[in-house]
Design a protein around this ligand. Sequence first.
Ligand SMILES: [Zn+2]
Length: 393
Amino acid sequence: MQKKSILIHNIGTIVTGDIRDPISSAKTIYIEDGLIAEIGTDKKDADIIINANSLLVTPGLIDSHVHPVFGDFTPVQNSTNWISRYLHGGITRMVSAGELHLPGLPLEKPDPVLFKYLAILSRACYKRYRPSGVKVEAGTLILAPGLKENDFDDLIKADCKNLKFIFFPYDERMDEAKKYREWATKREMIIKIHSGGVSRSGVSRPAGADVIFNIKPDIVGHINGGPIPMSRNDMIKIVESGQFYMEISYCGNFPFAKEVIEKAIGLNLLDKIILGTDTPSGTGVTPRGLLRILAYVASIPKISPEVAICMATGNSAIAHALDTGFIKEGKPADIVIMGKIQGSEGNSHLEALSLGNLLGISVIIIDGEIIVYDRSEQTPPPIKRAFIEEEKR
Ligand SMILES: [Zn+2]
């Protein structure tokens, strides 16, 4: 069945997700068959007409670091419906950093066979199951010693392209880790590493600059710690190398996050910064976590708020090779309409964000379908709300 067309008009500001050209002056977006068909259209008609009421329009946010297991349940805090709640924090897509919270999963002695099939199973399930419409990029293999090259082929066949170093014994098996890097590169797979000190599991392996420069991951997971960062010197070496995507985590160290971004400004590396919550975790289930870290990076290190939004959208899409994260013709219509909250300072929605204020969400669209309307259940409502002006039967 063809999806309804949607016309969004009376847009205040569009943040495109593209850090090289973050703001569009267009006031309209036309959505057809789940895709963004025209930006700045003069079409006047559609199946559904949304008046954005001068609010801010951005791509759906991408949480670059989550830990799903199965379904909309997280064993780590025994909570149900967490993904549906994250949706109300503006997240339309999330990337698994490993399904490692499965109760009973042996982590002390990582089993490559078990981990491989866990990734394949999780990928298969989340491909068919989208909690409240959220797209979960799951099936991230936790790398363990003993994997063979044909295991990587099996993963590709199962559509798993994300790999994670966390429990790997770098000291004893670095040559094997480097082999995995080679095999991943050959297959265009993406490697993320748990950087910094030990995690809540108690058995993750610390990884600082030496390990990272040896392995050459694509993405340095939570460079500011999730929860504990590597040493400051190591962190600076990594930023200065300019070689990696660097993930800033909501669950990490805030002074370090500030320093990473300030260094990245000077080195012209802001396109390498992505944002993630690293939750559910010991920090909890955090539906507004990504909005919070967004407000932090938009205010404390003094980058422009639209650039901060690109870090949580387009940058992350490029780092993880996702087909979303941009307000761009031909992209899936994953869109958030939001704005400043009543009582918050700032003359514009973006200025409110740059003062460190949370934004309030009115409407969320995923693949051209309105999923949240007329306000989020997790943020205060924005000062004005977007509304449906007309809907054809
Ligand atoms: Zn994590």
